[in-house]
Design a binder for this molecule. Structure first.
Ligand code: URA
Length: 206
């Protein structure tokens, strides 16, 4: 599995604000959104281009346009925090949603909702901000693979080594783009140092 960890001073700045327990809900949303642009910029480096001639005020020249084959699947609910960058930067991207929640006692993924566009032969970005045990993301990838996509790129804000190992075993063909690889999981399967519960902090349900 290809794992890409962002390396950019802006990432360090944004992530520190997201980690800070005193960051307001409003700032948390703002900086999650900003980070989503960095993640999708890195994650979209290999998407396909078509040739397109363009006429400048001076002459005709060769140009390009993004091939219309990109879909983002947001894992509810925390994945909604990464929608902005994808929506603003990827032309004509389609969106799908998968609802998976973690059983707080067993940490097993529990599925509750699905609304997916056509994924066949598409380039699919899966938005799942916290890769902890890997259960939810692996489950979402299983679902996406049922529809025969061309490529799968997972975008996460923070990843735990345990989750990366799990994904490497279950989905070695996927590319992971992550803001940061943190130290470990704690006894409640939260990422350390992490940022707490991404969904709660994003939606003010703490
Ligand atoms: N989900 C979160 O929101 N935070 C964690 O630390 C782990 C899973």
């Amino acid at each position: 599995m290809q794992v890409i960890e962002l390396s950019h001073p802006l990432k360090n700045h944004y992530l520190t604000i997201l980690r800070d327990k005193n960051t307001t809900v409003e700032d948390f949303r703002t900086y999650a959104s900003k980070l989503s642009y960095l993640l999708i910029l890195e994650g979209s480096k290999n998407i396909s281009l078509l040739n397109k001639e363009v006429e400048t005020p001076i002459t005709k020249t060769e140009g390009y346009e993004i091939e219309n084959e990109n879909v983002a699947v947001s894992v509810l609910r925390a994945g909604l925090g990464l929608v902005d960058g994808v929506k603003d930067l990827i032309p004509n991207v389609a969106f799908g949603y998968i609802g998976v929640q973690r059983n707080e006692e067993t940490a097993e993924p529990e599925y509750y909702y699905e609304n997916l566009p056509n994924l066949e032969n598409k380039n699919v970005f899966i938005l799942e901000p916290m890769l902890a045990t890997g259960g939810s993301l692996s489950f979402a990838i299983d679902k996406v693979k049922e529809s025969s996509p061309k490529n799968i790129i997972a975008l996460t804000v923070i990843s735990a080594p345990e989750g990366i190992k799990m994904l490497e075993e279950t989905h070695p063909d996927v590319t992971l783009v992550t803001g940061n690889i943190d130290e470990k999981l704690n006894e409640n399967w939260y990422i350390v140092p992490g940022l707490g519960d991404m969904g709660d902090r994003l939606f003010g349900t703490i």
